[in-house]
Structure formats: C-alpha cells, structure tokens
Design a protein. Structure first.
Length: 245
C-alpha cells in the first residue's frame, strides 16, 4: 500500500517540472490528485501524463478571487482535501533598474497573493489531519544578483510556513516548506539561460549538477505523508549544497 493511500491531494502548477513530478509521485503512492495550470498546452500534457483519474483545473495562480473556483472544483470531486502542494510560481529575474511595477505586482500575485488566498479558500475542506507544503527557494537565503523580487516573494512564502503552522496546527494542519536549489526544468531556458550560463550555475553547486524534479517530489511526499507527522513549520533545503558556500 502506498504512503498516501486514501488521501486526496492538490498540486498547483502541476502541469510541468516539479509540480508534475510530484503529482506523478502522489498518484504512485495511492492518492487522488488534482493539478492546476494556466496554459492549455500544459493542461493537455498533464492529462496525458497523469491519466484520466487526475483532476486537471485551469487556473491563473495570481488571481486571488479565482482560487475560490479551484477550491470548489476540488470540493466537488474529492469532498475534502488532505494534501496541498503550493508549487505554482513565476521567476522574473532582472536588475533593479530594469524592474517595473507591473512585473513587481505579477510576481507577488503569483508567488504569494494567490497561494495565500487559495489556502484561505481551502480551509473549509481541509482534513484533520492535513498537510500543506510550500515550494519556496534557496533564493530566500542567498544574495543572488537580479533576483530581488523573486527572492522577496519566496522569503515571504517561507515565512508563511512558520506563521501558518502556528495558526493552523490546532486544526490538525501541518505546514512545511521545501526550498530547492537549481533544478533541471524548463525554467532556466524560459528566463534566457543558455548552455554556458547553466554551466556557470552548475559550477556553484558542490555536488556538480542541478537537481531533478523527482528529488523534490520525494521530499514533498514525506512531508505530505504520515511519516512526516512530527514535522511542523520546517524547511527542507534541497540544493546540492549551494547555499552552504
């Protein structure tokens, strides 16, 4: 029997990368799974990868009001929710003098405001016990150039793992965070990193490679499962040693 047998799970941004890998692990561990995504191509790919039993929901992660629709879709399909992996996010890396208000607002909406109001909307259907895992970043800890806004949003999300833990543990809801380092997903290409830039990035990682989405997924499964029942308000840094330098 899988570690998540009988549980229901929601993965935001579950149509690719870490989110999709985690949704696949959840299914393999016996959970019923719902994922959200924004693009039609991503949603179609998730349906192919996860199969017909998965619930695939189109949602703009930065639309606070729209999170109520996500919660209602989950309620209709699952009745209650045992696991939430807040993974949807955006990485906008620019020098300070090139950032504008629109980009600032978009990053905070997707990486912080949407997740906050999604958790609020899901409160009535969260089980007791339940587990929330927030996908933050080692950028919350290191002074990487051009990451000012991204790092600020992830630091704020990491703070929620602490404060919501104190607020929700009385309801049986554990909140924890994973903070990945550089992971081999499509993100680096999307932000304009070529092969040489990726090589330079890898040179900063003591283990000598980027992480794999499946490695993050495995940590999330632990936090979501009964094996993590005594883990509350914690952060799992999974970065190949990068933040120790």
């Amino acid at each position: 029997m899988g570690r998540l047998a009988g549980k229901s799970a929601l993965v935001t941004g579950g149509t690719g990368g870490i989110g999709l890998a985690t949704a696949q692990r959840f299914l393999a561990e016996g959970a019923r799974v719902a994922v959200t995504g924004a693009s039609q191509n991503g949603l179609d790919e998730a349906r192919r990868a996860l199969g017909p039993e998965a619930l695939v929901i189109q949602s703009d992660a930065g639309d606070a009001a729209g999170q109520k629709l996500v919660a209602e879709a989950v309620r209709k399909s699952f009745g209650k929710l045992d696991i939430l992996f807040v993974n949807a996010g955006v990485g906008d890396f620019r020098p300070l003098d090139q950032f504008d208000e629109a980009g600032f607002d978009r990053s905070f909406a997707i990486n912080l405001k949407g997740p906050y109001f999604l958790i609020q909307a899901l409160l009535p259907i969260l089980g007791n016990p339940a587990s929330i895992v927030l996908n933050t970043s080692i950028n919350a800890h290191i002074g990487m150039p051009n990451s000012t806004i991204y790092a600020a949003t992830k630091a704020a999300l990491l703070s929620l793992a602490k404060t919501l833990s104190g607020e929700l543990i009385g309801r049986g809801v554990r909140v924890n965070a994973v903070s990945p380092g550089p992971i081999a997903t499509a993100l680096h290409g999307k932000i304009g990193m070529d092969a040489e830039a990726v090589k330079g990035l890898i040179a900063q990682i003591p283990v000598g490679r980027r992480g794999y989405p499946e490695e993050i997924a495995e940590a999330v499964v632990f936090l979501a499962s009964d094996a993590g029942a005594f883990t509350v308000g914690s952060e799992f840094v999974i970065d190949g040693g990068m933040s120790t330098l």
